[in-house]
Ligand binder design. Structure first.
Ligand code: WT7
Length: 631
């Protein structure tokens, strides 16, 4: 990567092109569209299978597409087992650093032992193929082991982000009818202990299905343990049941690997289903091609395993590709704002994948923090979760990447499983654009009737063709899946992303943001309905509306409009109390920036809150079309 050309294109350097796994886009893209099944079958050959497929794609019952029908596999077969017979076996799978500075590392051989022991423990607790196991943990190696252990025995993991409250956790446990939860006593964040087992204890009181809780000791605090329900992991692992030999369950390619809850426009979070077969193929291929994985790479995706980014690109993708993963437990600024840069130097990290929020957050401390560390090992950078503003892009490129590392701005979603719009290392880059669709994907920006809008015009982002990483649906809610994603362009059979975007004359996509009531705070996905639900659980509030307003670091922040119950008075104290209420009942990521007390909320005649009117008013913009406004 060099200085931008006149039209602001950042061209790949000769060295990048010489080393790239994929050297050319246009022809391979054209091939992948015309021969979609052949393209994916060829990619699937990179993986091991217990039994190959009869059919690459069964599209007979859209939108329930089935990939690699008839095949037998297990993602763990590819992430761990296969490597035991190659030179990867003695390579490091994971280097983990705790916030206090403790370091643990595991070879692929050691990973196999850890995961097998964990899997045997789960089996001895009665966990069977198809059972849902909830994982609520800090960022420690056992979080990864727990996920892989579930997959190994055919159980379904449901990882709940460790920043969610006990109520949010209980909702997810109950929805999934999960009987087993894996947690830790706590984790370290900003030099403090964040309790987790105590949160799980409260959640279990609200979860009648919960029978067993396995706790890993991380921070050594006193926690309440109930006889017959609660087990310490270190006690279990010392028993003969925890043998380090465990067969991997042979799964159908379309069997469920995990559930992951995510927010939508309305109602409660929904559990997106991902499967063993298609997901394995899609994640390993995108990771290999986009991050240009080489045998000696040290790869760091600095997300939390509790979100899809962590599932696909901390855990499964890199392990299937035999890479060395870096994982860090705590805050990027602890104890100083160069913690990350020290880690890059310490471990010789080659690839760093993070979010615009993290980049902006570190950028505000200036260049001296990165500059006093040796970042020359970096070869490729990545960004995900929200649009990256060109200023942050340039800082990342110049100061972190020393003008030589291409930035992979990857657009995708929990539902898509993996990257959908993304550059490759050889792609000429435009700061702020994710560039073009990944192989096999037909993606367009359309109007309400499904006509492509003109170049540089805003429209709705849709995906026109099936891909192996696509979600298999919403757990226990087929109809909701069809309604949300497949009804707007039913005639055409297109997937509705929920984002608006522009496509420029060169075919580059520019994501604008969500068109529904999903709010992206620091790249985290929250639903306005969930936030409003928590607000009205406070005695002072009768009605509320949550909107996203721009924020210099977080991208967006939450702003709430609330109507007070009679007898309550609007004042600063109540505002603080309500903010705390949100943090306690949903989690710190849902902390509102401000609450405005109002007498009325703008509604349509059918009673829907017009959040866009609130947003326009808050930003001092024109109201827009008010013809449907009730009053
Ligand atoms: C939404 C999906 C996919 C992993 C993390 C988020 C936004 C995601 C980008 C990007 C602009 C992006 C979209 C999307 N988004 N990546 N590179 N540029 N926007 O997954 O929590 O399911 O959120 O995140 O709005 O719809 P998610």
């Amino acid at each position: 990567m060099t200085n931008p050309t006149e039209n602001n294109l950042y061209l790949p350097s000769k060295e990048v092109i010489a080393k790239a796994n994929v050297k050319e886009y246009d022809n391979l893209y054209a091939f992948s569209i015309e021969n979609r099944e052949q393209f994916w079958a060829e990619q699937a050959e990179h993986l091991g299978w217990y039994q190959k497929w009869d059919k690459v794609l069964d599209a007979s019952k859209p939108p329930f597409f089935k990939w690699f029908c008839g095949a037998k596999t297990n993602i763990v077969h590819n992430a761990i087992d296969r490597h035991q017979h190659t030179e990867v076996r003695n390579k490091l799978a994971l280097i983990w650093e705790g916030e206090p500075g403790d370091v643990r590392s595991f070879s692929y051989h050691a990973l196999n032992r850890e995961v097998s022991q964990f899997a045997n423990i789960l089996k001895s607790m009665g966990v069977k193929k198809g059972d849902v196991v909830t994982i609520y943990m800090p960022q420690i190696p056992e979080q990864i082991f727990a996920m892989l252990a579930c997959a190994k025995i055919g159980a379904i993991h449901s990882v709940v982000y460790g920043g969610f409250s006990h109520e949010a956790l209980a909702d997810r446990i109950n929805d999934a009818n999960s009987h087993v939860v894996i947690t830790a006593d706590g984790g370290f964040r900003r030099g403090k202990v964040v309790e987790m087992k105590s949160v799980v204890n409260k959640a279990m009181e609200l979860s009648p299905t919960m029978e067993i809780c396995i706790t890993i000791k991380r921070v050594n605090i006193d926690v309440y343990m109930e006889n017959g329900r609660d087990y310490w992991y270190h006690d279990l692992v010392s028993l003969p049941i925890a043998s380090s030999k465990c067969d991997t369950e042979q799964m159908d390619a379309n069997d469920t690997l995990f559930l992951l809850y995510t927010s939508g426009s309305t109602g409660r979070p929904k559990a997106m289903i991902h499967t063993h077969g298609g997901y394995s193929v899609y994640i390993s291929t995108t990771h290999r091609m986009v991050f240009d994985i080489k045998p000696d790479d040290r790869y760091w995706c600095a997300a939390d395993p509790g979100w899809i980014t962590g599932h696909s690109y901390i855990v499964y993708g890199p392990l299937m590709n035999g890479a060395t993963i870096i994982m860090y437990e705590g805050a990027p600024t602890y104890p100083y704002p160069d913690r990350w840069w020290k880690m890059v130097e310490r471990y010789g990290i080659n690839i760093l994948y993070t979010s615009p929020t993290a980049i902006r957050g570190l950028m505000r401390f200036g260049d001296s923090w990165p500059n006093r560390n040796d970042l020359s090992s970096l070869r490729l950078l990545g960004s995900v979760g929200e649009p990256i503003n060109p200023e942050a892009w340039r800082w990342y490129h110049e100061v972190i990447g020393n003008n030589k590392c291409p930035i992979m701005d990857t657009w995708w979603q929990t539902e898509t499983g993996g990257f959908m719009i993304t550059p490759l290392p050889i792609t000429p880059l435009k700061p702020g654009s994710g560039s073009k669709p990944f192989f096999g994907n037909e993606i367009a920006v359309v109007d309400d009737d499904g006509n492509e809008v003109k170049a540089d015009e805003e429209g709705t982002l849709v995906i026109k063709s099936p891909w192996p990483g696509m979600t298999a649906g919403i757990f226990k809610d087929t109809q909701r899946f069809i309604d949300i994603y497949w009804s707007k362009y039913k005639k055409q059979g297109w997937y509705l992303t929920g984002d608006s975007a522009k496509k420029d004359k060169d075919g580059y996509f520019w994501i604008i943001g969500r068109t529904d009531d999903v709010i992206k705070v620091s790249g985290y996905r929250l639903g306005s309905a969930e936030i409003e639900g928590v607000m009205i659980s406070h005695p002072a509030i009768v009605e509320s509306a949550a909107i996203a307003l721009p924020h210099p670091i977080k991208g967006n922040c939450i702003h709430i409009f609330a109507i007070l119950r009679n007898g309550y008075e609007a004042n600063l104290e109540l505002e603080h109390d309500l903010i705390n209420h949100m943090v306690t009942h949903m989690g710190p990521i849902a902390k509102p920036e401000a609450i405005t007390f109002v007498d009325q909320l703008p509604k349509t005649r059918s009673g829907k809150i017009m959040r866009r009117v609130l947003k326009a008013r808050a930003l001092g913009l024109p109201d827009g079309d008010l013809s449907t406004l009730e009053d």
